[in-house]
Design a protein around this ligand. Structure first.
Ligand code: SF4
Length: 170
């Protein structure tokens, strides 16, 4: 029997940004740990969650925060910026789908503390189909012996792998 690669919310996030980065993260190729964007991201994450609050692990996903509003369960995902909204949305939708498979119905809320913004996220059948395709493709990418070739996108300028992908280029 083949054991399927557990796909995490972070894999989903990277998949919607850059498939090469997704491969590099899954294969644990270390990015530049000194990169300022990694540092700021970590700081916001730790500061906003607070020392007393812990992430909740469910299956292969880690939820930032869960709260109950009336009869609804709301899963919050905290992000540094709303710039990569599509990736952030699908990451949170993946959490909602994972909970749904466990019989737990929940809504989502993206929280951007630096921008003092929130956005509601609802799982629909169409979003579920997109996620199922993404998970299948992530598993396919992960099985490849080498990463997909780099493609220059806006995110490259902020990416901790930029030296790895583009060393020697302008
Ligand atoms: S530098 Fe660009 S191509 Fe390379 S992993 Fe990052 S986003 Fe992808």
């Amino acid at each position: 029997m083949t054991v399927e690669l557990p796909v995490t919310g972070t894999d989903i996030w990277y998949y919607f940004i850059c498939k090469r980065e997704c491969w590099l993260m899954i294969h644990r190729i270390a990015p530049d740990e000194e990169d300022e964007n990694l540092e700021i991201g970590r700081f916001i994450h730790e500061y906003r969650l607070g020392r007393q609050k812990k992430e909740l692990s469910v299956d292969s996903v880690q939820l930032d925060r869960i709260k109950k509003v009336g009869d609804h369960l709301i899963v919050q995902e905290i992000k540094k910026s709303s710039r990569f909204l599509e990736s952030s949305r699908y990451q949170l939708l993946y959490y909602l789908q994972t909970l749904k498979k466990m019989g737990i119905e929940a809504k989502g809320e993206l929280v951007f503390p630096e921008e003092r913004k929130k956005e509601s996220v609802i799982l629909t059948p169409e979003e579920e189909r997109v996620l199922d395709r993404a998970v299948a493709e992530i598993r396919h990418i992960a099985r490849q012996p080498v990463p997909p070739p780099p493609k220059k996108i806006n995110y490259c300028r902020k990416c901790a792998y930029r030296d790895y992908c583009w060393a020697g280029e302008e």
